[in-house]
Design a protein around this ligand. Structure first.
Ligand SMILES: O=C(O)CCC(=O)C(=O)O
Length: 264
């Protein structure tokens, strides 16, 4: 199949994509899996908003902003519901495969642009070659809100056009990597849902320690850009069974990572 296949000169993109392709996967039906934490009802588990976002915002590194409890329960539930639709084929959920042949433990579905290690295309070339689902306007708005609240909107118009939605079943993890396939330097937005994870950052020119670890819980927002747009980052650990009881997610963690690619 054809389809735009854009490769940029980053360390990752000098490698070829695997000819073996990703491994399609499906989610358990809604309501079919026990929730992580004892469900106390919406009100009891709602994050506490102290003073807008101010009390919950911290900057673990330069140009990296973490806001805990950014999304309320209803917003999180809506995103999980949408994820169930995005996961369905065509161009549905799969375990990506890296060029060496290793199948990643994380399961991903893409919107706007399809990403496979290590290239973007408009079709799911590592599975069924179907056109990628469009980027929902709700996610574009969410990404714009995120960079604004993080104070990282910048002077140039921001146009998020790609989402990689990762599901981490228990024991899945994501190795340290650099986001290098996008020509754009616009900030990267990551939204966390479900189980708490350790989000690890190294440096822009190293994947070794010292590390900066941030604990991301359900509803948290992380934005990284500016001097740290190309920071090596990954998810070495997901804390099993920490999903709020009111979130109907299979056991694990869901992340929605929103980017402006800068691709034509
Ligand atoms: O799961 C996350 O929060 C990060 C995902 C990520 O690093 C990526 O998609 O490149």
């Amino acid at each position: 199949m054809s389809g735009i296949d854009v490769r940029l000169p980053s360390a990752r993109s000098r490698m070829r994509s695997s000819r073996l392709g990703g491994v399609p996967t499906t989610l358990p039906a809604s309501g079919s899996t026990p929730t992580g934490q004892l469900s106390l009802g919406l009100a009891a588990n709602q994050p506490t908003v102290v003073d807008g976002n101010a009390q919950r915002l911290h900057r673990p590194l330069a140009d990296v902003v973490h806001i805990s409890g950014w999304l309320d329960a209803a917003e999180q539930q809506e995103l999980v519901e949408q994820f169930r639709q995005w996961a369905i084929p065509p161009a549905g959920l799969r375990h990506p495969r890296v060029p060496t042949g290793h199948v990643m433990s994380v399961q991903s579905v893409c919107l706007g642009w399809h990403w496979q290690p290590y290239a973007y295309s408009r079709t799911a070339d590592d599975t069924d070659h179907a056109p990628v689902k469009p980027m929902p306007s709700g996610l574009v708005e969410l990404a714009c809100r995120a960079v604004a609240v993080a104070g990282m909107a910048g002077d140039v118009a921001y146009g998020p056009d790609a989402a990689i939605v990762n599901f981490y079943a228990p024991d899945a993890r994501l190795g340290l990597h650099q986001d290098g396939e996008e020509p754009s330097d616009a900030p990267v937005v990551t939204i966390s849902l479900g189980d708490t994870c350790t989000f690890r950052m190294a440096g822009v020119d190293r994947r070794t320690g010292p590390f900066t670890d941030v604990e991301l819980r359900s509803g948290d927002l992380l934005v990284f850009g500016g001097v740290n747009r190309r920071i090596y980052h990954g998810v070495p650990k997901v804390a099993r069974g920490t999903t709020p009881g009111w979130l109907d997610l299979p056991p694990g963690r869901l992340s929605i990572t929103l980017r402006e690619t800068g691709l034509p």
